[in-house]
Design a protein around this ligand. Structure first.
Ligand code: FAD
Length: 363
């Protein structure tokens, strides 16, 4: 069966930010054949191609996308390996991430529970090594099966070959736009739940009534994983980090800026700037011979407060790193983002990198 090629399809509703104009061409691909059909169309007609998952990390520009938007809508979760302590599930790129997390929990499979409530598709999670509350997909991904956009061949990358780092991978760096993720294989534990790094979550895992803390019995594991999921969802809801139609503060792309990671050489300059400004209590964590700063702290201390609004866009009232659409346009959102980047740089000497992807012209 071949996919329907549609024209002038509105894109805003396909994203969590609800911004942007129409796609010149649009295909909803429900099989690998339909994905290849889309790739061929883009190649033959020399159309720019945008691969769309759940649209939760995408900003479409006001003019829309001047080429083909290939919406990945494949489905399927398959067990491909099983041993005494784990199973490997092969998951189609078009599956919804949070539905997959719920599937794992329902079967007592541990490893992705702290990533509950993150919107988007499974195919997008390896792109920026999705993470939250001490877990990231790099910890469970075994391999990523891709389609080469140039040769149309399938290729499997092992976890190591994906070169995962903090919100980073080969797919987001030197191989950006080279591959379409078709499926991701995850190894999940059937015996052990990793102790959460966050105190609020640790409390959720505390064994009730002296139950076995290794959670060897499936029903105990399911129960513990559910408690963790609910604790994560409660924390995320407080920050409007769960997409919820009744919460206008969740009309966002999640965190808009990455936490900056600076080299030891740059730390002295940053410290001097902070001292000059009268601050000594800034968050700064050492990891892998580099220093991770808090983008939220930098935004707040550069003169932007939660709830700030201009031209129909603004900063979430619940989270200073989330930019929200309050009825504005993509151009206004990008303008606000640039304004924040500039102010933060003037204040701290640190440049904040944008996390969501802009598709279509910037202005
Ligand atoms: C309320 C909210 C909370 C969030 N919380 C978090 C969080 O806690 N942690 C976190 O890491 N992120 C978070 N995000 C960001 C976002 O949900 C993730 O980045 C998610 O993985 C994006 O998935 P998507 O399918 O929506 O991607 P899209 O927006 O559709 O695409 C994002 C990028 O991935 C590419 N892509 C998508 N699918 C494929 C594919 N099959 N093959 C190749 N490339 C593909 C796109 O081309 C684009 O470059 C949050 C977002 C929102 C709105």
């Amino acid at each position: 069966m071949s996919a329907e090629i549609q024209s002038q399809i509105p894109l805003a509703e396909l994203t969590t930010l609800k911004l942007g104009g129409p796609a010149r061409n649009y295909i909803k691909a429900q099989s690998i054949e339909e994905i290849i059909q889309g790739l061929s169309l883009a190649k033959d007609q020399k159309l720019p191609l945008y691969v769309l998952g759940g649209g939760s990390n995408t900003i479409f520009s006001d003019q829309g996308f001047p080429g083909l938007v290939l919406h990945i809508a494949t489905a399927g979760i398959e067990t491909i390996e099983e041993d005494e302590t784990s199973v490997v599930l092969d998951v189609a790129a078009g599956e919804t991430w949070d539905a997959f997390v719920q599937h794992c929990i329902a079967f007592g499979l541990a490893g992705v529970e702290c990533l509950s409530g993150i919107p988007g598709s499974v195919g997008a999670v390896p792109i920026q090594n999705v993470g939250a509350y001490g877990q990231e997909v790099a910890q469970t991904i075994v391999s990523v099966r891709c389609l080469d956009r140039i040769t149309f061949e399938q290729i499997v990358f092992s976890n190591e070959e994906c070169e995962f780092a903090y919100r980073q991978s080969r797919f987001k760096s030197y191989d950006r736009d080279r591959y379409i993720v078709l499926a991701v294989a995850f190894r999940l534990s059937t015996v052990q739940i990793q102790e959460p790094r966050y105190e609020e979550l640790r409390q959720a895992l505390d064994p009730i009534d002296g139950q076995d803390s290794t959670q060897k019995r499936p029903e105990d594991r399911i129960d513990a994983l559910l408690r963790l999921r609910n604790a994560v969802l409660a924390l995320r809801k407080k920050k409007s980090m769960v997409v919820d139609e009744s919460d206008p503060e969740s009309v966002s792309a999640g965190s808009f800026f990455l936490n900056p990671v600076i080299k030891p050489e740059a730390l002295a300059e940053f410290k001097a700037k902070m001292e000059q400004a009268g601050f000594t209590d800034y968050p700064c964590f050492e990891s892998d011979n580099a220093f991770k700063l808090s983008a939220a702290w930098l935004v707040e201390h550069s003169g932007f407060s939660r709830g700030y609004t201009e031209h129909g866009v603004g900063i979430s009232r619940s989270h200073s790193l989330a930019l929200v659409n309050r009825g504005g346009r993509a151009s206004a959102l990008m303008e606000l983002a640039r304004k924040i980047q500039k102010k933060v740089f003037e204040f701290s000497g640190v440049w904040l990198e944008r996390e969501p992807v802009l598709a279509g012209p910037e202005k």
